[in-house]
Design a protein around this ligand. Structure first.
Ligand code: G4P
Length: 532
């Protein structure tokens, strides 16, 4: 009986949760859209509460000194709000491309994604990379084409570009009447009504119910020329694009497209209303051992992000845990799979926009913050006792490699500790060369190098310098044949290193060197990600 009530509560809690991320190329309007969604949800009261993550702007969701300095949202934060009886979690992602790995990891913790595209710029480079990651995992995607108050690309050309560059099949659920100076509003193909554009409208859009596109009211509102254009264009849409099918969207096969203007709060409510109707509740997750379903009675969750130094006076960290199944309860011991021991949390926090509050319980789809004094690494798993390893959070080969040197021999302890902790947070990858123990940092972008140097100095009092290397790629190597592996290690010893999980890594100096190693050692497998 007790179990029955527990399961019922769990099912109910799962059904009301939606956890997603907004992704875009910097400047397309991700921050602005996030803010408008939070305004609708009542999580914030005024515009400007969520700040953009760009240079020279500070942000409420940034905790670290370095972010204040640089104004770049190095960190990922979580913003929860309620809307139409649903509990919605938005996971924010850093906009800067040098922190792309952070974004990829956050995408493992969401169930769907909204992609923002600037109508004038079309599909930009970073959007392509982010959508590729979503596509690999079949994450359902909604596209929001932003800045319709400005002149931009033709709607059909944009849809073609999205299909070609993002390799997404699309189906428009709204369509603009005009653009830029001529912009009059959007016609919702989903709700079949017309939403009139009023710049900087406060809360609700001006919705005009029209019986059909032939309704003369349409001509009155947008003028005969635009009304006719809209009629012709919607006819084309109906013949060219498939009718919206939720199952196809949920399977990641088709992406609905909306048009609007985030800064004018236009088209945002329509987007949100559709989102809450179609977006998936918390989905099952794959582990190396088995599929974990959200409505299982046993609690499971994984850490996808670690924030350091929330309070500069204490060196504590906060680990962001995505709950995958069961119910999380405060002060209950849970099994830390990597450490093989129980841990108990007395003050887990939830995130309501900029506020943090202690929670007694949390459910699948929720992200909670766990105070951590160094127990967690990215990817760590908590369960009620089962040995599980969630998949989908691999390291990719870094693109830039540097030797890292400790500049002050008296601070070598701080240097080692600082590096270890920054690696646990996933700030970069660290390799220790087998031959001489030299430490090599691998990153995606130069900004990460600056962050490491700054944080080691300010948080750990360790001054470091970098030295160039010739490495171009890191490959994880394995081999079933012990003799062949020993031979490989013997011959290529100077190119081998260990990652922080003690896995063997081949550091190639050029594509040619890599090919040669592969040809000379056919029994050895070279993996381009750490998950194999
Ligand atoms: P991001 O997080 O994706 O990097 O973009 P963000 O929301 O910061 O928006 C980038 C710029 O685009 C901002 O202008 C923002 O005001 C503007 N913007 C967002 N939505 C719209 C829109 O619908 N129409 C138009 N015309 N502009 C839009 P900014 O000048 O960089 O910053 P701010 O001074 O306005 O904050």
């Amino acid at each position: 009986m007790y179990l029955c009530a527990r399961m019922e509560q769990l099912d109910k809690e799962i059904a009301i949760r939606r956890t997603f991320a907004i992704v875009s190329h910097p400047d397309a309007g991700k921050t602005t859209l996030t803010e408008k969604l939070l305004l609708f949800g009542g999580a914030i009261q005024e515009a400007g509460a969520v700040k953009s993550n760009k240079i020279k702007k500070t942000t409420t969701s940034d905790f670290m000194e370095i972010e204040k300095q640089r104004g770049i949202s190095v960190a990922t934060s979580v913003m929860a709000f309620e809307y139409r009886d649903l509990k919605i979690n938005i996971l924010d992602t850093p906009g800067h491309k040098d922190f792309a790995e952070d974004t990829y990891r956050t995408l493992t913790a969401v169930d769907s994604v909204i992609v923002v595209i600037d109508v004038a710029k079309g599909v930009e480079e970073q959007t392509e990379r982010l959508v590729e990651v979503c596509r690999m995992r079949q994450t359902p995607i909604i596209v929001f084409i932003n800045k319709l108050d400005r002149e931009g690309l033709d709607g059909f050309d944009l849809l073609d570009e999205i299909e070609a560059k993002l390799k997404l099949k699309v189906t428009p659920l709204s369509w603009p009447a005009g653009m830029g100076q001529r912009f009059k509003g959007v016609y919702s193909l989903y709700k079949q009504n017309l939403i009139l554009f009023r710049p900087h409208s406060k809360q609700t859009d001006d919705v005009v119910e029209i019986s059909s596109l032939d309704d003369p009211a349409l001509d009155q509102h947008v003028g005969p020329a635009l009304a006719n254009e809209l009629r012709e264009e919607t006819e084309i849409i109906e013949t060219v694009y498939p009718a919206f099918d939720r199952q196809e969207y949920l399977a990641g096969h088709v992406s609905p497209v909306f048009f609007g203007s985030a800064v004018n709060n236009f088209g945002v409510r329509e987007l949100l209303d559709c989102f809450v109707e179609i977006a998936p509740p918390p989905l099952p997750r794959i582990t190396e051992e088995r599929l974990v379903k959200p409505n299982e009675d046993v609690f499971t969750g994984f850490v996808f992000k670690i924030h350091a130094n929330i309070d500069p006076r204490h060196r504590d960290r906060i680990a962001f845990l995505r709950i995958c199944s069961g119910k999380f309860e405060r002060n209950t011991p849970y099994f830390h799979v990597r450490q093989g021991r129980p841990l108990r949390f007395s003050n887990p926090t939830s995130f309501m926009a900029s506020k943090k509050e202690i929670v007694d319980e949390a459910f699948p789809g929720d992200v909670i913050g766990l105070y951590d004094s160094g127990n967690f690494k990215i990817g760590d798993v908590l369960t009620t006792g089962e040995e599980l390893h969630f998949k989908g959070m691999p390291n990719f080969s870094p693109e830039i490699f540097r030797y890292v040197n400790n500049e002050d021999p008296l601070k070598s302890k701080q240097f080692v500790k600082g590096l270890d902790q920054l690696m646990d947070e996933g700030v970069a990858q660290l390799f220790t060369r087998e031959m001489d123990g030299r430490k090599i940092i691998g990153v995606v972008g130069n900004l990460q190098l600056d962050v490491i140097q700054y944080r080691l100095e300010h948080e750990y009092t360790a001054r470091v310098s970098y030295e160039p290397t010739n490495f171009y790629k890191a490959c994880w190597v394995t081999c079933d044949d012990k003799k062949a592996m020993a031979d490989f290690e013997n011959r290529r010893g100077r190119d081998l290193a260990r990652d922080t999980d003690d896995r063997l890594v081949f550091l190639a100096e050029s594509p040619w060197m890599l090919k040669m190693a592969q040809d000379n050692h056919p029994e050895v497998e070279f993996h381009f990600t750490s998950e194999f």
